[in-house]
Design a protein around this ligand. Structure first.
Ligand code: SAH
Ligand code: SF4
Ligand code: F3S
Length: 447
């Protein structure tokens, strides 16, 4: 009988995508992917290490699984797996032992690793080596997070080494995937009725493939803006979104591309992290406040309304009240449609954790977090309120989790809209009148 695998995913879209592709490989090798942990013979935790809390969650989760299921085969993949490597076997020993570890660049070999545990009876199997080739980009839509929205990685890794960030260590150096493979996969997704493709990567606009000749015939000032046009020209591709954009490498031609093609969505996620040049320098972000504002001006002056969102860290080592107030000021100026705000969390091995003192006390981090959040909430409420009464095109993605009588989906500007409607609309793009703005979603009515 085929062995059952349960995969639990933490962290960013890259991890979601890795899980989808690992599930596909395992299913091809004869495993059955299950959605209930209690049925599983094998549990795989695909982990995140971006902040301490994310990492601690994994340690607690291993203990919990072992208490419930002493004999299940338990493995760890993702960023914690890559960072800790073999040491995880020591950390989880005795009652809490784990059976295998898969690094972030070894995901294509997941079936081989699991088979060596179950068929050959090996214990403590680890594969955290580099890839032998570009990864397999295709995946089974039945095993993915959505049947109509798909994540398509175009670049993996990160070369930026922002001083607070663990990602360059857990994901390795930037590797851009060949345009040919990306196009092939995008075509396949469109032929399977996928309505929205998200081009994903830690920094999509750092895209720089070795196979530049594939992009020759596309207009564009950078390889990424050429790639955007390449995907946009694919017939039947209704919506294209991309994330994340790195401010230093965000070329204005990206905005031009969005203006030229109806199917390039009007949403840009551009993490600023801080509004203080002093802190930005300590973070080694490679941009100043002014340089960031220039990008913002180009986005805001576009003839298309483009929704701008961001990430911000409060309480970075050495951040003074004055630095913080510069972030507040920037938030007021930029009028973000949404901002993910994080309290700085020292990550072992990063320059900020090793060489700088975590000088802002926890209560002060919390105060700055709450204050900035309250400012952003007010700005956001005003922007979101301006949508009320308008009609938006919504891609219906499924039933709402909170209210099963409602359907849920996203606008082109990446806002969630909930509304009543027939489940048969799932997978279609429909017109919805916006009735009410909630904190992070809209309530609407089908037109
Ligand atoms: N590649 C993206 C984001 C990567 S991680 C970028 O360059 O913006 C997602 C977000 O987590 C970051 O934008 C940052 O705001 C936050 N983050 C990363 N490391 C962090 C840390 N050590 N403490 C708190 N927040 C962190
Ligand atoms: Fe981390 Fe900076 Fe790379 Fe983003 S660009 S993943 S924040 S090091
Ligand atoms: Fe987390 Fe790794 Fe993504 S640290 S945010 S899962 S790249």
């Amino acid at each position: 009988m085929s062995k059952k695998v349960f995969i639990e995913t933490y962290g960013c879209q890259m991890n979601v995508s890795d899980s989808e592709r690992m599930a596909t490989i395992l299913a091809k090798e004869g495993f059955q992917i299950v959605e209930d942990e209690r049925e599983a013979d094998i549990v795989l935790l695909n982990t995140c290490s971006v902040r301490e809390k994310a990492e601690n969650k994994i340690y607690a989760r291993v203990g919990q699984i072992r208490r419930r299921r002493r004999n299940v085969i338990l493995g760890i993949s993702g960023c914690v797996a890559q960072l800790e490597g073999e040491e995880l076997f020591d950390r989880f020993s005795g009652k809490n032992s784990i059976d295998f570890i898969i690094g972030t660049r070894a995901t294509d070999r997941i079936a081989k690793v699991i088979n060596s545990v179950i068929r050959e009876g090996k214990t403590k199997v680890i594969d955290n080596h580099e890839r032998e080739d570009y990864p397999e980009l295709s995946f089974d839509l039945n095993l993915s997070h959505s049947k109509c929205v798909a994540f398509l990685p175009i670049i993996e890794g990160c070369n930026k080494f922002c001083t607070y960030c663990i990602v360059p260590f857990s994901r390795g150096r930037e590797v851009s995937f060949p345009p040919r493979l990306i196009l092939q996969q995008a075509r396949q997704l469109v032929s399977q009725n996928v309505k929205e493709i998200h081009l994903i990567g830690q920094n999509v606009n750092s895209y720089r493939p070795r196979e530049m000749q594939d992009l020759e015939k596309f207009k564009g000032a950078t390889p990424f803006s050429k790639l955007l046009r390449m995907v946009a020209e694919l017939s039947g591709c209704e919506r294209i979104k991309f994330t994340t954009s790195f401010p230093r490498d965000f070329h204005p031609d990206i905005v031009s591309a969005i203006e030229e093609y109806d199917n390039l969505c009007n949403w840009v996620h551009l993490p600023v992290q801080s509004g203080s040049d002093r802190v930005l320098k300590l973070m080694r972000r490679g941009h100043t406040k002014d340089a960031y504002m220039k990008r913002v001006e180009r986005i805001k002056s576009s003839k298309k309304m483009i929704a701008l969102t961001t990430d911000i860290i409060v309480g970075f080592p050495g951040e003074t009240e004055q630095d913080f107030m510069q972030t507040v000021e920037l938030v007021e100026q930029c009028e973000f449609h949404h901002a993910y705000i994080f309290k700085y969390s020292p990550r072992p091995g990063t320059p900020a954790a090793e060489q700088m003192t975590d000088s802002v006390p926890p209560e002060e981090k919390t105060r700055r977090f709450l204050y900035l959040e309250s400012i952003q909430k007010k700005i956001q409420a005003k922007i979101w309120q301006s949508y009320v009464g308008s009609e938006k095109l919504v891609l219906v993605e499924g039933k709402s989790k909170k209210n099963p009588n409602q359907l849920t989906g996203h606008t082109t500007c990446n806002k969630v809209v909930n509304f009543e409607g027939d489940e048969r609309l799932v997978g279609q793009i429909v017109k919805v009148k916006i009735l009410e703005a909630k904190n992070n979603s809209f309530l609407g009515r089908l037109v």
